[in-house]
Ligand binder design. Structure first.
Ligand SMILES: [Zn+2]
Length: 308
């Protein structure tokens, strides 16, 4: 059994004895452990660096299909620029910081094909990306953005950043403390870190157990509560300005589908199943989701911190 990636002890409680990859169906079984010493949740066994590279190449391959100039790409770009998308962010919660407006240098860590970069640029920022998937990075570069292809720990930007966005990225890191240290170094004094990740203490996690979509083994290596994340940020030299909870309708839909069809991961992306459940989340479940968010049991933690 591995040691805790944050505190180094190995005093574990098993909180999920058998979790499978219900998104990409990569073979194997994992457990989720809770560290008795510091409260971190961790996937067990840990993948090695080599296993992670192989897994990402196999499952997170961004093919770039239909990206440039297709009707679909134009429609999608129009949707993300539309008031309708702003309304959806306002109603459903903004876990990717797409509603963030401002100016200065912004780095989007894990920028994928650059959809967020286009939005941040339109919102006033001088946006740059970091993306290790070469196909996705090239797609973002083709949109005119500077995109780095090295881990944040090796990035040497020409100037510090005013904002760094880490949207659903930290939980993928084998060394989250090193990632936050690298971000701290690359922020200007007083610069902002915008961070989101799944809430390991969410109501949906309690309801769906092993089927909760955000265990996302073996890709999610650590699983944070608000308390654990806040203390790690403070240890890493950040001042936590705001902690919010958001419960995206899509995440609810995906957990529902995963629980109903545990052996059929592709169904989670089937719009015929997902869209009605999302509409239910936005209407019938709206009051309950708002209560979860207020009580700290929302499905996603959205945190803004500044470099102290
Ligand atoms: Zn620990």
């Amino acid at each position: 059994m591995s040691a805790c990636l944050l505190c180094g002890t190995d005093d574990w409680t098993v909180i999920e004895p058998v979790v499978r990859d219900n998104r990409f169906a990569s073979p194997g079984e994992w457990r989720v452990l809770a560290c008795e010493a510091c409260g971190l949740r961790q996937t067990d066994p840990l993948p090695t660096d080599e296993q992670l590279i192989a897994l990402y190449e196999r499952h997170y391959n961004f093919g770039g299909e239909g990206e440039t100039g297709s009707t679909w790409a134009r429609l999608r770009a129009a949707f993300f620029a539309s008031p309708l998308y702003r309304l959806l962010l306002a109603v459903d919660g903004d876990v990717s910081f797409h509603a963030l407006k401002g100016k200065g240098r912004l780095l989007d860590v894990g920028c994928n094909e650059g959809r967020g970069l286009e939005i941040y640029a339109a919102n006033g920022f001088e946006a740059e990306g970091l993306e290790l998937n070469r196909v996705a990075a090239d797609a973002a570069r083709n949109k005119g953005f500077v995109v780095y292809g090295v881990p944040i720990e090796r990035l040497q930007p020409r100037a510090p950043y005013d904002v760094i966005v880490l949207s659903n990225v930290l939980e993928h890191a084998l060394d989250p403390r090193a990632m936050l240290a690298a971000i701290h170094e690359r922020l200007a004094p007083g610069g902002r870190l915008c961070l989101s990740l799944p809430n390991a203490a969410s109501a949906l996690r309690a309801r769906f157990g092993k089927d909760w979509i955000n265990w996302h083994v073996p890709f999610h290596i650590t699983h944070f509560t608000a308390e654990r994340l806040t203390s790690l940020l403070v240890d890493s030299g950040f001042q936590v300005a705001a902690v919010r909870n958001v419960s995206p309708a899509l995440w609810y839909a995906q957990s529902r589908i995963a629980a109903a069809f545990p052996e059929e991961p592709r169904r989670q992306r089937d719009p015929k199943r997902a869209i009605p459940l999302m509409l239910w989340a936005l209407t019938g479940l709206a009051a309950r989701r708002a209560r979860w968010n207020r009580e700290g049991k929302g499905d996603c933690l959205v945190i803004e911190a500044t470099r102290a």
